[in-house]
Design a protein around this ligand. Structure first.
Ligand SMILES: [Ca+2]
Ligand SMILES: [Ca+2]
Ligand SMILES: [Ca+2]
Length: 409
C-alpha cells in the first residue's frame, strides 16, 4: 500500500512541477506570465493585458475573420497502456507541458484513472479515481483545472447503469505541487459529463436532468469553488429543482439519441458559454454574467444537417485565438470545426465503424488541441451499432486508442 502511494505521489509531482507557469490559478507568476482560469497560459506580462486581475481578458482574442482549420497530414493512433480502455476527458495542463486524459474504463472491471499525455505522446498514470462507496463503480468523464489549482472530474455513473442520482463531482486536491487526495464535492446528479472552469466557478453538464422524462431534459450546473467542501459534499436537489441549475436543454430525436442531452461544454475568455446537445446535434450559446449565470436562455448557434454531415455533438473545446469550436461527432465517427458566429460547420475527419487503429475514429467523445495537433478520445462505447456482435449485442473491440491529427489554419 505504501509503495503504491509513493508511486502516485511521484507521478503527481511530475504533472504539476513540469509546468513553467505554476501560478496555481493566481495572476502573475515569477516568469511574468498570467495563468488563465481556463487552464491555459495566456503569455501576458503581469503588467500587460491582465491588469493584475485573473482571467486574462487581454489574452487570446478571436480574430475578426474566423477561419476553420484543415487536416494537415496523416492521423496517428496512440494505443493506451495495457488495461486502460474508453478514454474521454482531456485538458492541456496550464502552460501546455502535457495533456490530462481521463480513462473511463467503463468496459473494464475496476476504476477510472487520470492519466497524462506527455510531450512525446507517452501516456502515464497520474492517479486512480475512487469508486463510488455505494455503487462500487466509477465512470469519470470530464476534467477541469479550477482557479484554486485543484483538478475537478465528473463521475457520470449513468454509463455504469446507476442513473439514480449517484453521479458526483470529484476534486483531486493539489498541495505543494502534489496530488494529496481525491474528495467528493458534489453529489446527487444523474449523469455528470463535461466540466469547465471559468473564473472562480465550475460548470458541469448534466446529461439527464430527470430520468424517464419525454422529451428528454438536461442542463448545466454552475458552482462557486468557494462553496465546495470536501468533508460535506454539496447535495444537488433532484430533477431540476436545484438553484445551481443555470440552463435547461430539451432533446427531441427519433432514434436512440433522443435520450442524450447536454454533453460537451466550452467557455470563451469573455464568458460566452457553449453547450452541445448530443441528440439534436446542436451547439447552443449564451453569455455568462458577473454572477456566473446566463444573461438569457441558450440559443442555437450551429446545427448538424445532412448537408454539413454533423450527426451528433459530444465533447468540445473552444480555440480562443482562432474563435473556433472543435467538437467530437460520436454518431458519425467524426470531428467537426464550427464557426460559432456564423454557424458554419466543417467536417475535419470521418470514417465508418472502426476499431480505432490506423488513425481512425472509434466513437469519439472528446477533443483537445495542443499546438497544431488535435487529440481525439476514442471512447469506443458499445452503442450506436459500434462493435455489434453476431447476436446484435455491443461489445468493445479490444483496441483502445486516442488519435493525434495534425491541423493547419
Ligand atoms: Ca461527453
Ligand atoms: Ca477501439
Ligand atoms: Ca469500436
Amino acid at each position: 500500500m505504501m509503495k503504491r502511494m509513493m508511486t502516485l505521489m511521484l507521478l503527481t509531482t511530475l504533472f504539476v512541477a513540469g509546468c513553467g507557469c505554476g501560478c496555481g490559478g493566481k495572476c502573475g507568476d515569477k516568469a511574468g506570465k498570467c495563468c488563465g482560469k481556463d487552464g491555459t497560459c495566456c503569455k501576458v506580462k503581469k503588467t500587460g493585458g491582465c491588469g493584475g486581475k485573473c482571467g486574462c481578458k487581454g489574452g487570446a482574442k478571436a480574430p475578426a475573420t474566423i477561419v476553420l482549420p484543415s487536416v494537415a497530414g496523416e492521423a496517428v493512433s496512440i494505443v493506451l497502456p495495457k488495461g486502460m480502455a474508453n478514454p474521454d476527458g482531456m485538458l492541456n495542463t496550464p502552460c501546455g507541458c502535457g495533456t490530462f486524459l481521463v480513462v473511463t474504463n467503463v468496459s473494464h472491471p475496476g476504476c477510472s484513472v487520470l492519466m497524462m499525455i506527455d510531450k512525446d505522446n507517452k501516456i502515464t498514470k497520474v492517479i486512480d479515481l475512487p469508486l463510488h462507496p455505494e455503487t462500487k463503480t466509477m465512470v469519470a468523464l470530464g476534467v477541469a483545472v479550477g482557479s484554486d489549482g485543484n483538478l475537478y472530474i465528473a463521475d457520470n455513473q449513468e454509463f455504469a447503469g446507476h442513473g439514480s442520482h449517484k453521479a458526483r463531482l470529484l476534486r483531486v486536491v493539489v498541495k505543494d505541487k502534489k496530488a494529496v487526495k481525491v474528495e467528493t464535492v458534489v453529489t446527487g446528479m444523474i449523469a455528470a459529463n463535461a466540466v469547465v472552469a471559468y473564473k472562480d466557478r465550475l460548470y458541469i453538464t448534466e446529461t439527464t436532468l430527470k430520468a424517464g422524462q419525454a422529451p428528454h431534459q438536461s442542463g448545466v450546473y454552475g458552482f462557486s469553488i468557494s462553496e465546495l467542501q470536501g468533508d460535506t459534499p454539496l447535495a444537488i436537489k433532484p430533477d431540476g429543482t436545484d438553484s445551481h441549475l443555470i440552463a435547461t436543454l430539451t432533446t427531441t430525436a427519433d432514434d436512440w439519441c433522443a435520450g442524450i442531452g447536454a454533453n460537451g461544454l466550452a467557455i470563451t475568455p469573455g464568458g460566452m458559454m457553449y453547450v452541445s446537445n448530443f441528440g439534436t446535434a446542436e451547439i447552443l450559446g449564451g453569455q455568462l454574467c458577473s454572477e456566473g449565470k446566463l444573461d438569457a436562455p441558450l440559443k442555437v448557434v450551429a446545427k448538424g444537417t445532412e448537408e454539413n454531415g454533423m450527426g451528433s455533438v459530444d465533447g468540445m473545446k473552444y480555440i480562443a485565438d482562432k474563435g473556433v469550436l472543435i467538437v467530437a461527432d460520436f454518431h458519425h465517427n467524426g470531428v467537426c470545426a464550427i464557426n460559432p458566429k456564423t454557424g458554419e460547420v466543417k467536417t475535419l475527419v470521418k470514417n465508418a465503424n472502426s476499431d480505432g487503429s490506423k488513425g481512425q475514429m472509434d466513437k469519439p467523445s472528446e477533443v483537445c488541441l495542443r499546438g497544431n495537433t488535435l487529440y481525439v478520445s476514442n471512447i469506443d462505447l458499445g452503442a450506436d451499432g459500434n462493435n455489434a456482435t453476431a447476436e446484435g449485442k455491443s461489445a468493445p473491440d479490444g483496441v483502445d486508442t486516442i488519435v493525434a491529427i495534425p491541423l493547419k489554419w
